[in-house]
Write a new protein. Structure first.
Length: 499
């Protein structure tokens, strides 16, 4: 048995994991809260020495019972041991620390009405367990943190229950048909992943069955059984991904049931969603996020709006209800095609979607377009210097920057400040409950806006849970990469979704 050590958690790191010190070395430990006395065990790996929690000896008053049976293995949602009010305080303080050197009004975090079963986009990976001589059981779940090992979990607490039920049916079918999970190392087996999207408004489901080989001889039986047992399934796509890669989807899709897409409603607009569309994983919180962003934009009927990283047109079409003209720019061809169809579906005649790099478009067309407002919603890596320079050249009155990674957002905001923009309002949103991630919206302006028309609307939609907590006390904002580092200029560059 490995040697154990008694330590006390000093604070929470931005990831949500605890910081403990032993033998003058700092360790990041999942599952502990500030002030807790606990025992840890050192873990020796190629990349260095880590630590894992063995037992909490003196629990914090903020600790709650963990419901998930694989919580200590999965790593998908690392804050299930923390009360939700504490989680909100931690996230608010995390954002506050990141922006501590910037004069900006931080609004109370927009909390989630439901912090369980909120994910309407689910990926399940298939593998197998050896249970004895010749006895192999097929399993489904998420990858264990920092590994490619699948943790058996077909009833995830943050995933939509309908999706959980479909995954269980797929496992039953694998057992009945003898379909094996695909092993990319040996290139044996068939089924690799299941990707499920559930429409919030209609409950309709898109199911993508990802195989590691082109042949899927039992697909007809899978389709027949799945659609009979789950009539909510509106379409099934067979995707082929044979590569030894961390990407879920391959390049080839075959529609084997339905139209190959579903539709959903968001902020009063209807959107067509295909397998590779970028569409937020938490639709109810997305409505709050986008409404806050549009409120902060303070769009007037005569305004021209540019939506950079426009994806399938969600923000563009919501903004089009208030603007004179909206231009969405997106580098992903499939996303642009879906955006154009979404414009037709919503009878939006004042919206134009263009395929291309958003930065290059702004550089070439800024003087012709003369935008009043620019929306930015880049991937986690943030924006590059070329794009930020193009935004400054376009010289909009306001910039609304939406980010799933406030660390890179702060870096980009500081760059924009050096080029004449002033951040006015900062709105955190809890999009990914029970994880350390937080979404943020920043409004930057070259002029003062009427805060009665923007800030009050956002404040009215939030619950004041306070800004001060014991978490991250004295913790400095983490170092981030320079904006001059080349980064993707497409929202479709989200190679892997946040938890």
């Amino acid at each position: 048995m490995a040697k154990q050590y008694t330590v006390r958690c000093k604070e929470l790191l931005p990831s949500g994991n605890g910081l403990v010190t032993f033998n003058n070395s700092n360790f990041e430990v999942t599952g502990v809260l500030p002030g807790e006395k606990c025992t840890i065990e050192l873990v020796y790996k190629k990349e260095g020495t880590g630590a894992k929690l063995v037992e909490v000896l003196e629990p914090s008053k903020e600790r709650i019972p963990v419901k998930c049976p694989v919580y200590d293995k999965c790593g998908g949602c690392n804050l299930q041991h923390m009360s939700y009010d504490s989680e909100l305080r931690f996230k608010s303080e995390k954002v506050k620390k990141l922006y501590q050197d910037i004069n900006v009004l931080q609004l109370p975090i927009i909390k989630s009405d439901n912090f369980e079963h909120y994910r309407n986009k689910i990926y399940a990976s298939f593998s197998f367990e050896k249970r004895g001589r010749g006895d192999i059981r097929q399993i489904a779940g998420m990858f264990e943190e920092n590994t490619r090992k699948v943790v058996n979990c077909s009833d995830c607490l943050i995933q939509n229950p309908v999706a959980n039920s479909i995954i269980k049916t797929i496992l039953d079918l694998m057992r009945l048909t003898g379909t094996r999970s695909y092993d990319p190392d040996t290139r044996t087996g068939v089924l690799r992943h299941a990707y499920i999207r559930v429409a919030q408004k209609t409950g309709k489901v898109m199911l993508v069955l990802v195989t590691g080989v082109p042949e899927f001889k039992d697909k007809s039986r899978f389709v027949q059984t799945l659609t009979k047992k789950h009539p909510c399934i509106e379409t099934i796509i067979h995707n082929i991904n044979p590569g030894k890669t961390g990407m879920i989807l391959g390049n080839k899709d075959n529609v084997i049931f339905g139209k190959g897409y579903i539709t959903d409603e968001l902020c009063g607009c209807t959107f067509k969603i295909s397998p590779k569309s970028f569409y937020q994983v938490n639709p109810k919180q997305t409505e709050k996020l986008y409404n806050a962003a549009v409120d902060l934009a303070d769009i007037q009927p005569s305004d021209t709006v540019i939506d950079a990283y426009s994806g399938i047109g969600t923000i563009s079409l919501i903004a089009a209800k208030k603007a004179g003209k909206v231009i969405g720019v997106e580098i992903n061809r499939d996303a642009v095609r879906d955006a154009k169809e979404n414009a037709k579906i919503n009878d939006a005649t004042n919206v134009e979607f263009l395929e291309g790099d958003a930065g290059e478009f702004l550089e070439k067309e800024a003087k012709k377009t003369n935008p009043d407002i620019i929306f930015m919603d880049p991937p986690r890596s943030g924006s590059d210097e070329k794009f930020l320079n193009a935004v400054c050249t376009a010289s909009p009155k306001r910039i609304v920057y939406i980010s799933c990674n406030p660390e890179t957002q702060v870096r980009d905001v500081k760059y924009l400040m050096q080029h004449g923009y002033s951040p006015k309002v900062l709105q955190p949103v809890d999009m990914f409950s029970r994880t350390g991630h937080v979404e943020t919206v920043v409004q930057l302006s070259k002029e003062n806006i009427n805060r009665d028309s923007s800030e009050r609307k956002s404040i009215a939609k939030t619950d004041d849970i306070g800004m001060i907590s014991g978490y991250n006390k004295g913790n400095k904002a983490p170092e981030t990469t320079s904006p001059s580092q080349k980064m993707p200029n497409s929202r479709s560059a989200h190679a892997k979704d946040l938890h």
